[in-house]
Design a protein around this ligand. Structure first.
Ligand SMILES: NC(=O)c1ccc[n+]([C@@H]2O[C@H](COP(=O)([O-])OP(=O)(O)OC[C@H]3O[C@@H](n4cnc5c(N)ncnc54)[C@H](O)[C@@H]3O)[C@@H](O)[C@H]2O)c1
Ligand SMILES: [Mg+2]
Ligand SMILES: [Zn+2]
Length: 276
């Protein structure tokens, strides 16, 4: 299948194309979605921090206007990326997820982390540049492990105090310097629920632009220990039978995919496909 959306570094001096506008309150949207004719958008009263050419949608160039703050645009509102993820249009979510990561990075790399001088966009490359230091900063991606631990018909799910009431999910955590993916997974499971795992198997990955995670998804089998929840991080963790599962994460998430794959295998059903 040909992808409708491809990323690219486009020259912002070229006119035309589509644009999305992103403020600390989310993306600008109206009844037609979140893509606006770029020249029209630039005529609105927006407080533009930076502009980036981010890719092509159905062959048309797409730009991002990263704003200092949200402002009133007649007939439009502001909506966070999560809401777009939960709604139907997967391609629009991919465009906005990428735009959000570029916007976050550009906003947080306006000044050199080494000398404090203003950085500039490198033409034709997704990089910010400090001339005095000859230092380039690239978009930040944070590798995170996510794992479904199982014990026969039972799966280990946990609740963070940040989750929607009642929802249980797989365990996850960020890689630390010096760790392999497997080291990180073993440490996170140990820290969060004090369980030991074996037979770690990689299942797939997913970009998680909240704000810049790269989720690497695994299955692991229970090897030992009793559940002890990590204070502050894990509110509750339990073994759930595949026939009696609690409310689960959003169907587009890799957490849900890891659960659905295992349940499908256990029950002999067709396996789901991981959303990109
Ligand atoms: N797509 C999914 O299905 C899914 C499901 C669960 C979690 N996640 C994501 O996985 C990521 C990790 O999960 P978690 O929140 O349980 O992580 P975690 O268990 O490592 O704990 C979070 C803590 O890690 C620290 N931290 C924050 N950002 C970091 C970074 N970039 N590098 C290293 N440490 C950092 C902070 O102290 C934070 O409180 C998050 O982005 C989360 O949103 C995605
Ligand atoms: Mg965690
Ligand atoms: Zn510098």
């Amino acid at each position: 299948m040909i992808s409708r959306w491809t990323t690219a570094v486009l020259d912002t001096d070229q006119p035309g194309g589509w644009a999305v506008a992103r403020s600390p309150e989310g993306f600008l949207f109206d009844d037609n979605g979140a893509l606006f004719p770029r020249e029209w958008l630039k005529r609105q009263d927006l407080s533009v921090l930076t502009e980036h050419g981010i890719g092509h949608l159905d062959g048309e160039p797409v730009y991002l206007l990263e704003l200092r703050s949200a402002s009133d645009v007649p007939g439009c509102g502001w909506k966070g990326l999560r809401a777009f993820m939960l709604e139907g249009d997967h391609t629009l979510y991919k465009v906005l997820g990428y735009a959000a990561q570029i916007g976050t990075w550009a906003r947080e790399h306006r000044f050199c982390g080494n000398c404090g001088q203003a950085m500039t966009q490198v033409p034709g490359e997704r990089a910010m540049y400090c001339q005095p230091c000859d230092l380039r900063s690239y978009p930040r991606i944070s590798p995170s492990m996510i794992v479904l631990v199982t014990r026969g018909d039972e799966i280990l799910l946990a609740r963070s105090p940040r989750f929607v009431t009642g929802v249980y999910s797989t365990l996850a955590g960020f890689a630390e310097p010096g760790e392999s993916a497997e080291d990180c997974l073993i440490r996170e499971v140990r820290e969060e629920v004090r369980i030991e795992v074996k037979n770690i198997q990689y299942l797939g990955s997913q970009c998680w632009p909240f704000p810049h995670s790269m989720m690497l998804g695994f299955h692991a089998e229970y090897a030992g220990g009793e559940i002890v929840c990590q204070e502050d991080e894990i509110e509750d963790a339990q073994w759930f039978n595949v026939h009696a599962l609690p409310p689960l994460p959003a169907s587009r998430s890799i957490a849900r995919y890891l659960i659905d794959v295992y349940v499908a295998r256990r029950l002999g059903h067709a396996e789901p496909v991981l959303p990109g």
